[in-house]
Ligand binder design. Structure first.
Ligand code: AMP
Length: 144
């Protein structure tokens, strides 16, 4: 698998975009969808994915769509900050499996951080339940 393999339309985020898989949505418009990460590295770990593009990673992303997509990343990051009042926020994005990418549809992570609270493991911690995620998602939605 290389950085430039063909886009797989059956990746899990493509299925979420088509409504074939559930997700705990916090924001959606014609450009992007944001939802809670089900293996959160911290409370409020949110993902923002672009719609209407088949981009595996940042290198694949048509540059004409990048500005509007990153605006949505900032919008959701601001809402996460307003909703949860973290001490810091990691906004991260991995390109290719050796870099840590596990789902091959472009996405940015928004990961709130609190002083003294360790970061959970990437894509391999415990799976959160809908009951755990819904109250956090509700607070983020209310801040949008
Ligand atoms: P990456 O490893 O950067 O590709 O990030 C993929 C992220 O997607 C990881 O943080 C996973 O925990 C998360 N993830 C995987 N499957 C799902 C899913 N069905 N719903 C929400 N998040 C998911």
């Amino acid at each position: 698998m290389t950085l430039h393999d063909a886009y797989d339309p059956n990746n899990i985020f493509a299925k979420i975009l088509r409504g074939e898989m559930p997700s705990m949505k916090v924001y959606e418009d014609d450009v992007a969808l944001a939802f809670m990460d089900v293996f959160p590295q911290s409370e409020g770990h949110t993902l923002v994915i672009p719609k209407q593009v088949e981009a595996r990673n940042l290198l694949d992303m048509p540059s004409d769509y990048l500005g509007s997509y990153v605006q949505r990343v900032q919008k959701v990051a601001r809402a996460v900050e307003a909703a949860l009042s973290p001490d810091g926020l990691v906004v991260s994005q991995f390109n290719g499996a050796p870099a840590g990418q596990t789902v091959f549809h472009l996405h940015f992570h928004i990961i709130p951080r609190w002083e003294g609270k360790p970061l959970g493991r990437h894509a391999s911690g415990g799976m959160a339940t809908a009951e755990e995620l819904e109250p956090i998602a509700k607070r983020i939605r209310a801040a949008l």
